[in-house]
Design a protein around this ligand. Structure first.
Ligand SMILES: *[C@@H]1O[C@H](CO)[C@@H](O)[C@H](O)[C@H]1NC(C)=O
Length: 482
């Protein structure tokens, strides 16, 4: 989902009444970011509180490439990473993930090996249908075992009809009610992915949006958020439950009118322009977060790690760099902390934001070869010298924007101005310090092998043998096109 998909952020069809109400009852964060413009690294960063370059969710097979966890990926979240649910467990929380994991699909990387107590959902994107011969369909797990596969047991029809979001909602509500009845603190990571291609919505929502299928999907997600919040209210635990809504990357502008909106921001998913990483974000905690607030705190999904740990009363690890900061004061008193925000694409630091200024050290959309094939990350938004098709190194003289005045990154501040010189003088030492202290993690997304696909997930031998035969191993460096 993109920043511009919510009515409260100006989407003209105004089809998100529940999210808009959530914002009205809580705190809206227009300046909130994912840690990466792509799903797997973004989610790994959210759960580890650390940039993908540190937690290993990147590849150095080629320079500045977006990598993720397709079915043939060999790597996953390293055991040394201490994930948010592992921290919360120390405070007695029961942790559940519903939906897409994306931190590695091989058994050692599964959520239940990394702090979650329960899981209903899939390890990968819901791509398919596949033939189960060259490629297996993606499994859906209930806890540590496969419960079936997408397209076979969990249907997604060609017209986009699927009940998955409703199933994921039911899982959430049942979990909330059961934890409440036990008076048990809980952490629910509700990581649904219906806005991801191929889009799906359930029948009551299909054809109901003015925006087509993508809008139907957004409407269904909006409805489900309303249900989750009203359930917390009716259980009487709303003032004891912090809910945070966001997205793991910008809308997929390359899908054009079927790909959602990033509002006034440049480009989308896969890029380190604002459209790739600025996320529609709302915090809700009646009785603690006052209604009708807007915070211009420059926030990151990695801050949830630090913030939730503080609220639960557990210490964050001190033996490693944590990139999240605590937003407890921001939430409770609407104060702001200045902090640099680092935009990475694969192994390359592409840009840095401090205050209203964003400096691009590198620019790249995608290669001209891909672009000529019709893959356009910035449809209708070509800005000469900015949305470059060559990886362009500006590190000796960064491209500088004031993104408060110029959210579309259209008007670089001229390098001859006093403003430019002053700002760059402040930003350069921050970049230097970041890079000189950086210890990149071992890259997890370098190797692919068809033998590791979801042929025979744990539990496949139950309920009528659903195990498939894996092909021989063929370990290769993964190819990341962009
Ligand atoms: C969704 O659920 C309804 C009601 O149970 C059912 O009739 C329908 O076939 C389901 N749709 C899909 C695509 O599974």
């Amino acid at each position: 989902m993109g920043w511009g998909d919510l009515g409260v952020f100006g989407e003209p069809n105004k089809e998100t009444p529940n999210l808009d109400q959530m914002a009205a009852d809580g705190m809206l964060f227009p300046d909130f970011y994912s840690a990466n413009p792509l799903c797997s690294p973004s989610r790994a960063a959210l759960l580890s509180g650390r940039l993908p370059i540190r937690n290993g969710f990147y590849s150095d097979n080629a320079h500045a490439r977006n990598a993720y966890t397709p079915q043939d990926i060999v790597g996953g979240i390293p055991d040394e990473e201490i994930l948010l649910p592992e921290l919360l467990k120390k405070a007695g929380y029961i942790n559940k993930i519903v939906g897409k994991w994306h931190l590695g699909h091989r058994a050692q990387y599964h959520p239940l090996k990394h702090g979650f107590d329960e899981w209903f959902g899939a390890p990968n994107c819901h791509f398919g249908p596949y033939d189960d011969k060259t490629t297996p369909n993606i499994p859906v797990y209930r806890n540590a075992e496969m419960a079936g596969r997408y397209y076979e047991d969990f249907k997604i029809e060609k017209n986009g009809e699927s009940n998955l979001t409703q199933m994921y909602l039911q899982e959430a509500l049942t979990f909330l009610q059961s934890q409440h009845s036990k008076d048990q603190p809980f952490f629910l990571y509700w990581a649904v992915d219906a806005t991801h291609d191929p889009l799906y919505a359930s029948k009551p929502f299909l054809g109901t949006s003015r925006r087509g299928l993508y809008g139907d999907v957004v409407r269904e997600l909006d409805y489900t958020i309303g249900k989750i919040l009203s359930t917390l209210i009716s259980m009487g635990v709303a003032n004891n439950t912090l809910v945070f809504f966001s997205s793991d990357n910008g809308a997929a502008t390359y899908s054009k009118e079927a790909g959602g909106s990033n509002g006034p921001f440049l480009c989308g998913k896969e890029t380190t322009f604002e459209g790739g990483m600025r996320e529609p974000s709302i915090a809700w905690w009646p009785g603690h977060i006052k209604p009708r607030q807007v915070s211009h705190q420059v926030g990151s999904l990695m801050d949830l790690y630090t913030t939730l740990a503080e609220l639960a009363g557990v210490d964050i690890p001190t033996d490693r760099q944590i990139d999240g900061i605590s937003l407890v004061n921001t939430l409770l008193t609407n104060t702001e902390k200045e902090r640099p925000l680092f935009y990475y694409r694969g192994n390359q630091l592409m840009a840095v934001r401090i205050g209203p200024y964003k400096a691009h050290l590198w620019t790249w959309t995608n290669s001209i070869e891909e672009f000529n094939k019709g893959v356009n990350f910035c449809p209708g938004e070509e800005i000469p010298g900015v949305t470059t098709h060559n990886q362009t190194d500006h590190s000796s003289q960064p491209l500088l924007f004031n993104i408060n005045k110029d959210p579309g990154e259209k008007y670089p501040i001229r390098s001859t101005t006093a403003e430019y010189k002053q700002v760059i003088q402040n930003i350069m030492p921050v970049i230097k310090e970041h890079l000189s202290n950086l210890k990149p993690g071992k890259p997890q997304l370098n190797f692919c092998d068809p033998a590791v696909m979801n042929w025979a997930p744990p539990g496949c031998d139950k309920n009528g043998n659903r195990c498939l035969k894996a092909p021989p191993s063929n370990l290769k460096k993964c190819v990341w096109d962009h």
